[in-house]
Design a protein around this ligand. Structure first.
Ligand code: ADP
Length: 385
């Protein structure tokens, strides 16, 4: 083992812990790799870099805590399934699954997709849900008589995956700076602003460090493309969308299947369900999420999501009950920005060189099933340089 692989890295959680950058090397760099953002993409990337390039100096920088309460990672469905995946992506999904099993503490769970018409491989919905009468009660089997199932699906918490991967990276030698905003600079430098909260609850910069790396990876989730545009002057064609996950207060158990219909996924969680509606399109630049109205009453759900749920109320009558939590304002419904690679809700996660020293890593709506593999593939590519 090399010296750097045999020691654990260090973690700085708050500004009370003094941070001194390592002494620069002859080429002026403090680190080999700096990863911006400890969501699932950045955390799995850092863990994979620590594994594939053990003798390197790694630094993972996160603006919030671990996992960040606001990021896409916390609100993602955490559903791994090949049910809606083109055949040429199955190998990538399996590679992601191996990483989810390592870091994500997954639960095997039947995944059931519902259809109005027979499709290849479909079985009667009543048969698919024979062992799950409570789940069958959520839908109208006369309107959705056909179902396809994925018996190999998993659910997991992407936040747990991010936490465990980041901790594994630190154990393998990576350093971790929390509550620090990273601002990428052209040529592989990063301005690290350590943040603190004043007694009037304002977030302010306590101290700033300029760090240089051989390579910087921007894994800031939906904020990544904007970081590239504002600070590197690189135009990207990526977008973002604000997605909400309302709560359905119907009991679920550890064996309850996940249900999918017309872009809506119902995921059993905390003994109830979380709804994950379809992401339709990128939100326009400057869009600020606002709640919609249902028969004149304000709700916390944005208009597009509300319309989708209303359209599905006959197929899934449970949506028309008071068990669906609509909220009164945006703050009542959990929501987060998700990155949309190329502005396309169907696009797989990706990485892309922004300049010779900076790479953008994007997860997005398909990060649950494909993100870990993409992060690992980038680590392998960077480690081979
Ligand atoms: P992903 O699924 O792509 O990992 P997330 O939104 O969950 O997406 O994770 C991105 C993480 O990056 C978040 O935890 C966010 O706080 C962090 N982040 C975004 N911008 C910055 C930044 N400038 N500096 C440090 N961390 C950042």
């Amino acid at each position: 083992m090399t010296a750097s692989s045999s020691r654990s890295g260090r973690a700085w959680a708050h500004v009370g812990q003094p941070f001194t950058p390592p002494a620069p090397r002859p080429d002026g760099t403090h680190h080999d790799f700096i990863v911006i953002g400890a969501g699932r993409m950045g955390s799995v990337l850092t863990a994979a870099l620590a594994a594939h390039a053990p003798a390197t100096r790694l630094l993972l920088i996160e603006e919030g805590g671990l996992p960040n309460e606001d990021g896409d990672t916390i609100l993602a469905p955490g559903l791994w399934t090949t049910a809606h995946l083109p055949a040429d992506r199955h190998a990538a999904a399996q590679a992601s699954r191996a990483l989810i099993e390592t870091f994500g503490a997954p639960t095997p769970r039947l995944h059931v997709s519902l259809h109005a018409h027979a499709t290849p491989g479909s079985v009667p919905t009543r048969d698919a849900l024979r062992d799950h009468p409570d789940t069958l009660a959520l839908l109208d089997p006369a309107r959705l008589p056909h179902a396809t199932t994925d018996p190999h699906a998993l659910t997991y918490r992407p936040g747990t995956l991010a936490l465990n991967a980041a901790q594994a990276a630190v154990r393998a030698g990576a350093d971790l700076l929390l509550n620090t905003r990273a601002v990428p600079q052209p040529g592989g430098a990063v301005r690290a602003e350590r943040l603190t909260v004043t007694n009037t609850h304002q977030v302010v910069t306590h101290e700033t460090h300029l760090l240089r790396a051989r390579h910087v990876i921007v894994a800031g989730g939906a904020a990544g493309p904007a970081l590239a545009e504002q600070h590197l002057g690189v135009h990207t064609r990526h977008g973002r969308a604000y997605r909400q996950s309302p709560h359905l207060n119907v009991p679920s158990g550890p064996d309850s299947p996940t249900l999918h219909h017309a872009g809506l996924t119902l995921v059993p969680r905390h003994g109830a369900y979380t709804l994950h509606p379809r992401v339709h399109h990128r939100d326009p630049h400057g869009y600020r999420p606002t709640g919609g109205h249902l028969t004149g009453v304000p709700t916390g759900l944005r208009r597009e999501t509300l319309e989708d749920l209303v359209a599905l109320m006959e197929d899934l009558p449970v949506l028309a009950t008071s068990q669906l939590h609509l909220g009164r304002s945006l703050a009542d419904i959990p929501g987060a920005w998700t990155a949309l690679p190329y502005g396309d809700p169907l696009h797989a996660p990706l990485f892309e060189a922004l300049d010779p020293h900076v790479t953008l890593l994007l997860g997005g709506p398909h990060a649950d099933t494909l993100g870990p593999q993409v992060a690992q593939a980038l680590a392998q590519q960077l480690a081979g340089r």
